[in-house]
Design a protein around this ligand. Structure first.
Ligand code: AMP
Length: 514
């Protein structure tokens, strides 16, 4: 199936061709026609499935066809996202997909001066991507009007609730016009999200892209058991021994992030950090440098766990396990994207065993355990209930640092074997060579290749979406063409007719101002 067969207009098709999107992802196939027809949508989809284009393309088309322009301070389409980083990313997507369209878009979030945002709003906007807090501030200042709003998108809605935006969202919903199209995307569907969907969506199409927690099966995962105090040294040791390229490292606390970053920099390793205490401009800069491969290690709290699309990132390290098991899936979902090989390594100590158990329960897999010689845990990490390990050849004395071996208490037959990439579950049963991490690494292509590997859907660089403006082409959507999509259609004919009427109107005639 091609994008043209989804009835997208020329201005969009030209951009898609230039950024190398040849085939719609499963969620795009389902969502684009429904959104073009004016339906509300409930999307159970994580980043990596192509969900941003799934809503951005049809919305851009509708905004173009319905004409404009937005009156001063008015916004025609509002996209709410939980984090500043995601706001930038989603805005870049709208900006690059709408390259040939006469629409004006902008992004607004806190932590940066408000004046440039006020200036953009004064001209009127077709699309505003914003975080809820700053949006409310702008509204309270009287800088934003919703009288012309026809579409609302809530992206990563579960994360917005996790971050405590529920009250801000309620205030916002109260001032938005009731007559509008609403699209709600969420990686998970807990009760509060279902309640929100019931409150906001009218007869929505429900689309589920890829099975929950898919990332957990597309990324090669393993844990190194050690003592807490050994973790910094073990990290530096593995980095050097394994010749790691770029690594995104997750640390539980902001203080921990700063400590590890300082230690790495002290070792002459190029490292930067992002966490909630850092000024937004410093966060943006750190992420930009990491995405551009100007910095090798990015140390982060879970602020970076969701939504970020970092092209062909080969490795995620959990320096600490997350306290919420779902966050593990989001963290490791930063790698193994677009069908590329990805690895996720967790350094765990005895007091994290319950967190590990919860992760294994959620992902339905026992993570292979390894120990690095010289960094073994004095405080043994208890078994998580998996069958006991085959007798690992325990060295008589502590060996020289640098030889990985299956950890004590590792699951039988999984001790030195990675999780496998879908769709080849049979490989799960393949015994891996002994010798631990060194053995595993041989299966991966060299790091340079990993960085340059092409996208699953054939996106290529050198396009509006891939340019220095921060566009995101170059990686495909990891939902995969084989990804599962479940569609529940319940809408009546009325809204479809209403939308068809709107779609028949003429494109607006303004220049391409951004
Ligand atoms: P998302 O799930 O929206 O974060 O998208 C994940 C990645 O897939 C991004 O890098 C997109 O640029 C890319 N992408 C989305 N749709 C397609 C497509 N149809 N073909 C190729 N790449 C795509």
């Amino acid at each position: 199936m091609s994008f043209a067969s989804l009835d997208l207009i020329d201005g969009l098709l030209r951009t898609l061709e230039s950024i190398g999107y040849n085939t719609p992802t499963p969620i795009q196939k389902q969502a684009i026609p429904a959104i073009l027809a004016g339906r509300d949508l409930l999307g159970a989809a994580q980043t990596g499935t192509g969900k941003t284009a799934a809503f951005a393309l049809p919305l851009l088309q509708r905004l173009t066809m319905e004409g404009g322009p937005a009156a001063p301070n008015h916004v025609r389409c509002l996209v709410l996202v939980p984090t500043r980083e995601l706001a930038d990313q989603v805005y870049q997507s709208f900006h690059s997909y709408g390259f040939h369209l006469p629409l004006r878009s902008a992004v607004a979030y806190g932590g940066v001066p408000m004046d440039p945002q006020l200036a953009k709003l004064r001209k009127g906007l077709d699309v505003l991507v914003a975080t809820p807090g700053r949006l409310l501030d702008l509204h309270r200042k009287g800088a934003i009007e919703f009288g012309q709003l026809t579409a609302l998108v809530l992206d990563e809605a579960d994360r917005m609730l996790d971050l405590g935006f529920a009250a801000d969202l309620d205030l916002l919903f109260a001032v938005l016009p009731a007559e509008r199209q609403t699209l709600l995307f969420s990686a998970t569907m807990p009760d509060p999200i279902r309640a929100m969907a019931r409150q906001l969506l009218r007869d929505p199409l429900t689309v589920q892209a890829s099975a929950p927690n898919t990332a957990a099966r597309t990324v090669r995962q393993m844990v190194f058991t050690t003592d807490k105090r050994n973790k910094p040294e073990l990290f530096v040791h593995l980095l050097r021994k394994e010749g790691w390229g770029q690594v995104l490292v997750f640390v539980k606390t902001r203080k921990g992030v700063e400590q590890l970053t300082a230690l790495l920099q002290g070792e002459g390793i190029s490292a930067d950090s992002i966490h909630g205490d850092k000024p937004q401009l410093a966060r943006i800069k750190a992420l930009k440098r990491f995405k551009a491969n100007d910095v090798q290690i990015l140390v982060a709290t879970d602020v970076a766990a969701r939504g970020l699309d970092i092209e062909a990132l080969p490795l995620v390290v959990n320096f600490d396990l997350p306290t919420v098991a779902e966050d593990y899936v989001h963290r490791i979902g930063r790698t193994g994207r677009a069908g590329a090989e990805g690895e996720a390594i967790s350094l765990i100590c005895a007091d994290e065993v319950e967190l590990l158990r919860a992760i294994e329960k959620l992902t339905g897999a026992v993570l292979p355990r390894l120990e690095e010689a010289g960094f073994e845990a004095d405080h043994r990490v208890p078994s998580t209930g998996a069958p006991s390990a085959p007798a690992a050849r325990a060295p008589a004395a502590k060996p020289a640092r640098g030889a990985a071996k299956p950890a004590k208490g590792a699951a039988a037959g999984t001790a030195a074997r990675p999780a496998v990439k879908q769709p080849a579950p049979a490989r799960d049963e393949t015994p891996r060579p002994a010798g631990g991490f060194g053995g595993l690494k041989e299966e991966l292509p060299p790091k340079e290749k990993q960085r340059s590997r092409g996208p699953i859907y054939g996106a290529r660089a050198g396009s509006p979406g891939a340019g220095a403006s921060g566009g995101r082409s170059g990686t495909g959507a990891s939902g995969g063409q084989g990804g599962k999509v479940v569609v529940t259609a319940t809408r009546g004919a009325k809204s479809t007719a209403r939308a068809a009427g709107r779609a028949a109107s003429k494109p607006g005639g303004r220049g391409n101002k951004r």
